[in-house]
Unconditional design. Sequence first.
Length: 113
Amino acid sequence: MKLKKTIKKFWNFVWKGDSILSYILFFIFAWIVLKILFIIVLWFLGLFFGVADLTVVITESMVHTGNINQTYYLWLKSNNISLEHEAFPEGLYPGDLIVVMKIQNISEVNTGM
């Protein structure tokens, strides 16, 4: 019975507390729960749809602005990488979701958009 009271007291402290420690514990708890939910969702998507990973673009570091031919594309051309089927000519913007799928053989891959 004492354990139940202690858990209830801790729960109220984390959810209703108004101190720095309660806020820190709340964020740690929320991070753990969200991490577990992400793993469960990714497992479900992998099991039923073949999804291997999910990534969300959160910064503008992948947006191609300015004269991209002098940087990224110049490097690709110098390393003999074809730009024939460029899927993202302007890069990736914040909020874009990248879904990585599992494939069994290379003939399943479609290039371009």
